[in-house]
Design a protein around this ligand. Structure first.
Ligand SMILES: *Cc1c(COP(=O)(O)O)cnc(C)c1O
Length: 395
């Protein structure tokens, strides 16, 4: 049955008209390095443990799941306490279907009509999309040319726009760079000086960072929230499990907006099984960090620029603007390598894969990038590649 109706003929909310959904392409190519997933599939012992725990949970699927996910939040608190340099109690932890849902619940509770959220862009595009979906106003805060956060400019933006929620992504996506503790403290202070503002630090990639988690900053700061996910370091993007740590009152606040029984019994059982295997899963993180550093060094040796990365991906460029970055994205795809064009002029982002995938990526870059480099520094075009012709073909 086909519909003759198009989306713009439906009475969707005004602020959604003419907009497009979040859309990292899901293409079937051999080297997929575009969504910062962990490239390693789960180890067999963990797969078996998930099967056991899910089977147990299945017997009780006639009942609603634990609405407050107490066992899971207890284990997440234990994980944070062990790795974050700061004791965290289960009352401080909240979990949902991916950190995207966590962030949505936070904006449902602290944003909404007549309120504003501010983030420093380029950053994770879902922050502004979730703001839109919750009818929260959005302000794009400034970054320096090198993508770091300029505290003085940030202070001014906060004073001018008086946001209700401030997002800080550390390490930042898509640039990869971590935000230091002093900067976060300064922004938190600047925000509180205006009014009681929730400051959400999105630490989706913190396990890959050389620095420390900002968890210890929670002490004495009831407006600070640290958001985490099992999608990246835990290698469980398919599980959909995100969580945050904050003052217990923040957990009370999101319970006002969460759907009852939002975390299925199957999800809770699977996440608990994964947490039993934390050490094995974090072993992959060390390998990925070493590979990330190898990719950074190799890209720089090719004459490309790379922003400092504390994540499992790197931002590389710089390509001629306009058009260079997309041309290189397409040429890499022609070599079977999918990277991400986040729309940052002149830059692309590549996730850290297995050593074989990273090597395939580096070989493809060597052939694809040359003609489009903004400031060529020793990278020569592959044979037969003549810059003007290339441009003609692609325009
Ligand atoms: C990938 C990512 C997330 C993860 O979202 P999930 O819903 O937990 O998969 C959150 N924040 C940032 C900055 C990310 O890049």
């Amino acid at each position: 049955m086909s519909s003759a109706l198009s989306l713009d003929q439906l009475p969707v909310r005004e602020e959604l008209r003419g907009k497009s959904p979040y859309g990292a392409p899901q293409l079937d190519v051999s080297v997929r390095l575009n969504t910062n997933e962990n490239p390693y599939s789960l180890p067999e012992p963990l797969v078996r443990r998930i099967a056991e725990r899910v089977a147990e949970a299945a017997r009780d699927l006639n009942r609603y799941p634990d609405r407050d996910a107490v066992e899971l939040r207890t284990e997440l608190a234990r994980y944070l306490t062990r790795t974050g340099g700061h004791p965290v109690a289960f009352e401080q932890v909240w979990a949902a279907n991916g950190s995207n849902e966590v962030l949505q619940q936070l904006l449902q509770a602290f944003g909404g009509p007549g309120r504003t959220a501010l983030g420093f862009e380029p950053s994770y595009s879902m922050h502004s999309l979730i703001a839109r979906g919750t009818n929260t106003g959005w302000v794009s805060g400034p970054r320096r040319e090198d993508f770091t956060v300029d505290v003085e400019a940030a202070r001014q933006a906060i004073a001018t726009h008086r946001p209700d929620v401030v997002f800080i992504t550390s390490p930042n996506n898509p640039t990869g760079t971590a935000v230091d503790r002093e900067t976060v403290l300064a922004l938190h202070e600047a925000a509180q000086a205006v009014k009681p503002t929730m400051v959400v630090v999105d630490e989706a990639y913190v396990e890959f960072s050389r620095g420390e988690s900002l968890l210890p900053l929670l002490a004495g700061r009831p407006h600070l929230v640290i958001s985490r996910t099992m999608s990246k370091a835990f290698g469980a993007a398919g599980l959909r499990l995100g969580y945050f740590a904050a003052d217990p009152a923040v957990v009370d606040a999101v319970q006002l907006v969460r759907l009852p029984y939002h975390l299925s019994a199957v999800t809770q059982a699977t996440a608990l099984a994964a947490l039993e295997h934390t050490d094995t899963l974090l072993g992959y993180v060390d390998r990925l960090k070493a590979e990330r550093d190898r990719v950074v060094t190799a890209l720089r040796a090719l004459g490309l620029e790379v922003t400092d990365s504390d994540a499992n991906f790197v931002q590389f460029g710089r390509f001629e603007d306009p058009g260079g970055q997309h041309a290189v994205w397409q040429r890499l795809l022609d070599h079977g390598v999918l990277v991400r064009d986040n729309g940052v002029p002149g830059w692309l982002r590549v996730s850290t894969g297995t050593p074989e995938e990273n090597t395939a990526f580096l070989e493809a870059v060597r052939e694809a990038a040359g003609p489009y480099l903004d400031m060529p520094r020793g990278l020569s075009a592959a044979p037969g590649e003549d810059r003007p012709n290339e441009k003609e073909q692609l325009s």
